[in-house]
Ligand binder design. Structure first.
Ligand SMILES: [Zn+2]
Length: 276
């Protein structure tokens, strides 16, 4: 372990100390947290042991800062004033990005484990791969192996001079706008996806597509790959299927139209506000 790489992925515990293990326990996709004034902490092993609850789909995810991390689920109700369950979007508002990413690793692995209980080829019950260091589900009947997967999606801030292209999606709360995003098709490059999504959703063509950053997004298993791009040509023509309204917004017109969070979409908008 080093300061350079704080999280070490592993399906086996890497450290001996037991009581200090971090346990990422979910109930119906909500994370168990210990409330401490206005702060949330992920419970340590000794706290969970005291609760005496049955953990299902329990697995080691690796170690963070020298402490083993596990994830699992419970179905029991918990009667404790200090324990709460929060969805990860809420949790993200109380913690830094690194801490948030740990919770998303845990939820991604749980979602993967739950979605691969049966073989997609022959329907037999799958088993966890025990040998080696790689994490996988194996079919004892036909040998099918399924590794954890993530679904890449692009998210892009398109600028035109001092304006930013934002869109209101059918599923958004009223008045909320975001940069454009969409899933990468099979056999498509990320850059092709940027061009296609922006054109399909708004009728705008773009140039100078540049990588911005990435963010795992465990709802349920995406990886957002962020880009910036510049307007090339075209008039806005919303697809009216997903995108109800799209427009070019100046810096002054944006505040209040987007939700501030640690999401990469929010970071792209902040990038525009700070650089234009
Ligand atoms: Zn099979």
């Amino acid at each position: 372990m080093s300061d350079y790489i704080l999280f070490e992925p592993s399906k086996h515990p890497l450290y001996e100390e037991y009581n200090q293990d971090y346990l990422y326990i979910f109930k119906e996709n909500k994370l168990m947290v210990v409330k401490d004034n206005e702060k949330y902490h992920v419970p340590r092993r000794d706290t969970i042991d005291e609760l005496n609850v049955d953990l299902i789909n329990f697995q080691c995810i690796g170690a963070y800062d020298g402490h083993n991390c596990f994830c699992g689920e419970i179905t029991d109700n918990i009667n404790s004033n200090s324990i709460d369950f929060v969805d990860l979007r809420t949790y993200s508002k109380y913690v830094d990005e690194e801490t948030y990413l740990l919770s998303s690793k845990a939820l991604l692995l749980l979602n993967w484990l739950k979605s691969n209980q049966y073989c997609g080829r022959c329907g037999s019950k799958m088993e966890r791969k025990e040998d080696g260091n790689d994490r996988a589900m194996v079919c004892p009947n036909c040998g099918n192996i399924v590794w954890p997967k993530t679904a890449p999606a692009i998210i892009v801030a398109v600028t035109k001079g001092d304006k930013l292209l934002l869109a209101h999606n059918r599923q958004f709360p009223e008045g909320m706008y975001s940069v454009l995003a969409g899933f990468v098709e099979l056999g498509e490059t990320f850059e092709q996806c940027v061009k296609r999504e922006v054109f399909e959703e708004t009728g705008i063509k773009v140039k100078n597509i540049k990588y911005f950053g990435s963010q795992p997004w465990p709802f349920p298993n995406s990886m957002m790959i962020g880009y910036t791009a510049e307007y090339l040509e075209g008039e806005i023509r919303e697809d009216k299927d997903e995108i109800i309204h799209a427009d070019w917004f100046s810096k002054e017109e944006i505040p209040g139209k987007y939700r501030q969070s640690i999401s990469i979409g929010s970071r792209l908008i902040k990038w525009f506000l700070e650089n234009h």
